[in-house]
Design a protein around this ligand. Structure first.
Ligand code: PAF
Length: 282
């Protein structure tokens, strides 16, 4: 399995693949790979001749220095895992300098209302950082398709908007959320949870499933109150936000409209570890 650390070398490799009419898939990651990432790569391998997996903890998308510092970095394990499972995959693991040179700043993008809710509201500048790194990676890797997990559903919507803004010719594909046995959405951050926290974090998906049931008969505001009370009664998880929003515009629900699709979104903290999840409601 080939591992590239320099963009120049990757670009010449990719150019040769493109000349040979190979379809290139891309799975961007920040490493600390788990089953969720592996399922994205497996999905990409189904329709692409070559899958590029990037492993890069992108500093400009963190709005909290200690979160960035403690983000798990497990490159050697990640490479072993990929080597064992995939035949058509190559890795891009650049240094910070390779991507940002001496200018560690995010570009600003006008994502409109999509970036104003939820993650955009609670993680100032986060989506500009995500847009900055993906625009650069898309231009280095030149993928035909890029694969994103729907755990970060808002990010998935933002990336679709990003490629409209930049005009980069890449198809953005969303893939289902991968879950642990108790329903906890797989995330690299789960590694930072104690055993007890990891077990209790099953409450997040359990709540979302109940929200899905209630959505048929109850108002959004009564569901919101119910969720808030449920988390107030729990000593391990602190609710940061719960929102029911239009699945396309991400605008918070006002009145239920049967023609629209809605999703419920949640962000919680378990002892400083931030966990997010979401579910389709109709
Ligand atoms: O979802 C992630 O892991 C990151 O936001 C991404 C897409 C790799 C960009 O750094």
């Amino acid at each position: 399995m080939q591992v590239f650390y320099k963009k120049k070398e990757l670009i010449s490799f990719v150019n040769a693949q493109k000349e040979a009419a190979k379809i290139i898939g891309f799975v961007p990651t920040m490493g600390a790979l788990h089953e969720g990432h592996l399922s994205l790569i497996a999905e990409a391998e189904k329709t692409c001749n070559l899958v590029v997996v990037s492993i890069f903890v992108n500093p400009t998308q963190f709005n909290n220095a200690s979160d960035l510092k403690k983000y798990p970095r497990t490159l050697e394990n990640d490479l072993n895992l990929l080597e064992k499972q995939f035949d058509n995959c190559i890795i891009f693991a650049p240094s910070e300098n390779e991507i940002y040179e001496d200018d560690l700043r995010a570009e600003h993008f006008d994502f409109g209302a999509l970036a104003k809710q939820m993650e955009g509201k609670y993680r100032d500048g986060h989506f500009d950082g995500v847009g900055t790194i993906l625009k650069r990676l898309f231009s280095i890797i030149q993928p035909d398709k890029a694969f994103f997990g729907e755990k970060d559903y808002q990010q998935f919507c933002i990336v679709k908007k990003l490629v409209k803004i930049t005009g980069q010719p890449v198809e953005i594909i969303g893939c289902p959320i991968h879950r642990e046995a108790n329903g906890l959405a797989r995330s690299s951050r789960n590694k930072q949870l104690s055993e007890k926290e990891r077990e209790e974090a099953g409450l997040i998906f359990e709540t979302l499933k109940q929200v899905q049931e209630k959505f048929g008969t109850e108002s959004a505001s009564s569901i919101r109150n119910w969720v808030e009370e449920k988390f107030e009664a729990n000593n391990t998880l602190d609710l940061e936000y719960f929102e029911i929003a239009d699945a396309d515009s991400l605008e918070p629900i006002e009145e239920k409209n049967n023609k629209k699709k809605y999703r419920a979104f949640i962000a919680t903290y378990a002892n400083n570890v931030r966990l997010i999840d979401n579910i389709a409601l109709n």
